[in-house]
Design a protein. Structure first.
Length: 418
């Protein structure tokens, strides 16, 4: 009779590639095998030894009877505890995380450790994307976007309202290209950094060429997912606000406000529910809709935990961005004081090239740090959920070549090597 570990082994197969697929019709992405329960402390086959003492770093031998026939208590350093004289083995750590269910600190530390361990590849990706996006933002802001009109203090009240409405319209229009550029940055960093993190979990070396080769076949479905999620958010927000707008009057305004708050709550719930879809799409070669369903299954029962970790990550990256960016903003204000002062005078700000270049450098540096940490936390959350539900740590240990876990199971390479 097969136990939970046999099922988990069939569901999840891994080898040296960074993709962790679930091959066959019985994959967990089809809804089977969720919530696998594993014996406590189960980390693979028990090591063997000869004689009275175990090898260094291994489990303790069972207690032996003494001359009076009583069982000898464990000697210092042998372990003991609730395992009949056996010490709990430490989880293997071939890469940036131990192969067991992770705590919040271990997930954040794993993301930072990935940046340190593969800094050449990570910075090559994040700095390149950040520079290109920042240059595009500066050019779009300088030459393409309309300038918001200033609100004249001498105008009548109705004219000031018209000027404020026009300024709001221009600001909303100006946000569109910035949002699109942000999606482009998210697209490329997610595509490339996901594979960097997946290899760092196994302790494997990684180069930019290998990451590009693995990520390139997934660009089309990733583009679909990157565009679909914002469209879902827009549709949810429209469903919450439009009915109140159509009703009109004071009651319609109140309905639109309450509908907007309800839509924000639904959007937040969906963001967390689908937060692991990018990793499922890239590492398991899932389709767009299948990756959304896969993420929903992995998040089920852990929504609040994942929400807390994502919120903490967002706050930490925001703090890092402020720490890095504020000095550059102050330097830019000293260099281009007139443009900086115009932003607080009520007139349309006119920033010079010096201000835009200096603040752009700060944005590039902060983005180059934030992208790897955000991507690392998301991928490690995906790994953690699969460890908790599907015993993925056993297959990762085999794929990493940890002694005592056997060879990696064949047939699980979703990213075939040419």
């Amino acid at each position: 009779m097969s136990g939970p570990r046999d099922h988990a082994t069939r569901w999840t197969t891994v080898n040296d590639s960074p993709g962790w697929a679930s091959p066959g019709s019985s994959s967990p992405s089809d809804g089977q095998g969720e919530g696998v329960q594993r014996p406590a402390g189960d980390r693979g086959p028990a090591p063997q030894w000869s004689g009275d003492q175990p090898p260094a770093g291994q489990w303790s031998p069972p207690a032996a009877p003494g001359p009076s026939g009583r069982v000898r208590p464990p000697q210092p350093g042998w372990g003991g505890g609730p395992y009949g004289g056996w010490g709990r083995p430490e989880a293997p750590k071939p890469g940036v995380i131990p192969l067991r269910p992770l705590g919040v600190g271990e997930i954040l530390d794993g993301a930072v450790s990935t940046l340190r361990a593969h800094w050449r590849t990570v910075l090559a990706i994040s700095v390149t994307v950040s520079v290109l996006v920042q240059v595009a933002q500066v050019l779009v802001d300088r030459f393409l976007l309309p300038k918001a009109p200033a609100i004249s203090p001498d105008a009548s009240q109705s004219e000031q309202l018209d000027q404020a409405a026009e300024a709001l319209r221009v600001s909303l229009v100006s946000m569109v290209p910035l949002i699109l550029l942000g999606l482009v940055a998210s697209f490329f960093t997610t595509a490339l950094l996901t594979f960097v993190v997946s290899r760092s979990v196994l302790g494997k070396p990684v180069t930019f060429g290998e990451v590009w080769r693995d990520a390139r076949p997934r660009f089309v479905p990733l583009l679909g997912l990157t565009l679909l999620l914002p469209l879902i958010s827009v549709a949810v927000m429209a469903a919450g606000i439009v009915p109140g707008v159509l009703v009109g009057s004071v009651g319609g305004a109140l309905l639109a406000v309450f509908g907007g708050f309800a839509a924000l709550a639904v959007m937040l719930w969906l963001v967390v529910r689908f937060s692991l879809a990018y990793s499922a799409l890239m590492l398991e070669r899932q389709g767009v809709l299948a990756s959304l369903r896969r993420s929903a299954r992995l998040v089920q029962g852990s929504w609040w935990r994942i929400f807390g970790i994502l919120l903490l990550t967002a706050l930490l990256t925001m703090v890092v961005a402020l720490i890095v960016s504020v000095p550059f903003v102050l330097i830019a204000a000293l260099v281009d004081g007139e443009g900086f002062a115009s932003a607080f005078s009520g007139s349309a700000p006119q920033f010079g090239w010096a201000f835009l270049i200096i603040t752009g450098i700060g944005s590039v540096i902060s983005s180059a740090i934030m992208y790897p940490i955000s991507a690392g936390v998301t991928v490690l959350l995906y790994v953690d959920q699969r460890i908790r539900r599907e015993a993925l740590d056993l297959e990762l240990a085999r794929a990493a070549g940890v002694p005592g876990y056997g060879p990696a199971a064949p047939g699980g390479d979703i990213l075939p090597r040419s």
